[in-house]
Design a protein around this ligand. Structure first.
Ligand code: C2O
Ligand code: CU
Length: 472
């Protein structure tokens, strides 16, 4: 696969000395007993690459990238006041959290946009524990691409027994040689292909050379892919990650296929890592999704200290289920969502001839219609679902490109791929679709409102791969 102007992180960094070693583990956590938070979105200047490169002009929450890690408790009310000090409208979407429709952060559809200088208060009670994230839903290609995003962790009533709970918010940036964010958001050619894949991947906002670990410890690693377009397949040299949750929702604990944790944009995975490597050794964490373009994200570096326990940690790794209603597959009504468009070989667009709603800049469509935006007042729903009923949605990916398809307001159970049942029970809010594959998902339409359904490669979304489901 061709990634426009992909430069491996290491080659970008050639000549850069002394990046702060374990910076990626020291993260400011925003938690508050009262469940009240303030987020200020504004321009900032931050050392993403580190010396001798200059700091990068970003847009960020709370003057950091990623934005503050918000920690709240399952079932307890949260109130977050968002101040907009950006030069343009914004909103915040709480990705994956089953919020009431009015709190979903889609401009025009669920709320008026927050104008520069104004604020908006989001209030909701997260029903599910897990690893979620927040990001703007206005001009999101540019706003996420300039750094606006953060993790939102909803803690279980009883924490999983581990030695450390670690967050890696992974962000892909497209930087120029002077460490500035490259212009050219919304390039039509890219939008019709893989989207804006960058050239620099950070963990928790900076390049990570190493993460120090201790032999014998067990880490719960929360992975968030906050990239615009980069898909990741993370392999942990010498280690066997066990996936315990996908998109915040507990799954049957399992070792991922070929040991690789596959994460499309917006997807999360919680993995348990037992540090059973050798003292003093280093193990690379490698992203090998794009063939021939693998690079290492960081290294696990074992301290020269005796293991912290004599025997491997053997507590169970399963998480308590979240209160998701189980769809009734026997009575479920079926809907098909055909994903269409994109560039084929030779520069021709696939299948967009004669499509309705094709405005300027459309490259993609769902069931023949392209909605081109991040949210606006006049988005007619394409599918109407009845409150309380079970549905099976079939996503059929006709083009030759990957698409992480995200539904707002609900999590769905992933049933099958190309007609074969998925091997582990799993729920998600974003399902990664390989080219030419079809995926069945099921859920109970229990959250009323108009909900967006779109590809989370933001260039794809804003060039037509988006629709609205109405639950009434
Ligand atoms: Cu992560 Cu429509 O959003
Ligand atoms: Cu897509």
């Amino acid at each position: 696969m061709i990634i426009p102007s992909a430069i491996s992180r290491r080659s970008f960094l050639a000549g850069v000395a002394g990046v702060a070693a374990s910076a990626s583990l020291q993260r400011p956590v925003h938690s508050s007993r009262s469940g009240e938070f303030t987020l200020v979105a504004k321009p900032g200047r931050l050392p993403i690459i580190g010396s001798p490169h200059p700091p990068t002009d970003v847009w960020c929450y709370g003057n950091r990238v990623p934005g503050p890690e918000i920690r709240v408790r399952q079932g307890e009310p949260v109130r977050i006041v968002v101040h907009n000090q950006l030069p343009e409208d914004t909103t915040v979407h709480w990705h994956g959290i089953r919020v009431p429709n009015a709190m979903d952060g889609v401009p025009g559809l669920t709320q008026p946009p927050i104008k520069p200088g104004e604020q908006f208060t989001y209030e909701f009670t997260p029903p599910d524990a897990g690893t979620f994230w927040y990001h703007p839903h206005a001009d999101s290609l540019q706003q996420i691409g300039r750094g606006l995003a953060g993790a939102l962790i909803v803690e279980e009533a009883a924490a999983l027994p581990v030695d450390r709970d670690v967050l890696w918010m992974l962000t892909d940036w497209r930087l120029t040689s002077d460490a500035q964010i490259a212009s050219g958001f919304g390039n039509a050619m890219e939008a019709a292909m893989s989207g804006r894949v960058g050239n620099t991947v950070t963990i928790n906002g900076s390049i990570s050379d190493e993460v120090r670990v201790q032999a014998g410890e067990r880490i719960r690693l929360r992975l968030v892919n906050g990239s615009l377009a980069r898909i990741m397949a993370l392999r942990f040299e010498g280690h066997r990650p066990v996936v315990i949750a996908i998109d915040g929702q507990p799954c049957d604990p399992h070792q991922p296929e070929r040991g690789r944790v596959l994460l499309g944009p917006a997807m999360r995975a919680d993995v348990v890592l037992d540090m059973q490597g050798e003292l003093g050794r280093n193990y690379h964490v490698i992203d090998e999704f794009y063939e021939g373009l693998s690079y290492w994200v960081t290294k696990l570096v074992y301290e020269e200290k005796a293991p912290i326990r004599a025997h491997p940690f053997d507590a169970p790794v399963s998480l308590p289920r979240n209160p998701l209603p189980e769809p009734d597959l026997a009575s479920a009504e079926r809907h098909e969502l055909r994903l269409q468009g994109g560039m084929m070989g030779g520069g021709a667009m696939m299948g967009l001839g004669g499509m309705r709603g094709l405005g300027q800049g459309a490259s993609w469509a769902i069931n023949g219609t392209s909605m081109i935006c991040d949210g606006r007042p006049d988005m007619p729903p394409s599918v109407a679902l009845l409150l309380g009923r079970s549905y099976v949605l079939t996503f059929r990916n006709e083009p030759a490109w990957w698409h992480p398809m995200h539904l707002h307001g609900s999590s769905f159970r992933v049933l099958s791929r190309n007609g074969s049942s998925v091997p582990y029970r799993q729920w998600a809010d974003t399902v990664l679709m390989p080219p030419k594959e079809s995926v069945d998902v099921a859920f109970v339409a229990d959250n009323p409102g108009d909900w967006m359904l779109h590809c989370h490669v933001n260039d794809h979304q804003v060039s037509g791969m988006m629709t609205v489901l109405r639950i009434v």
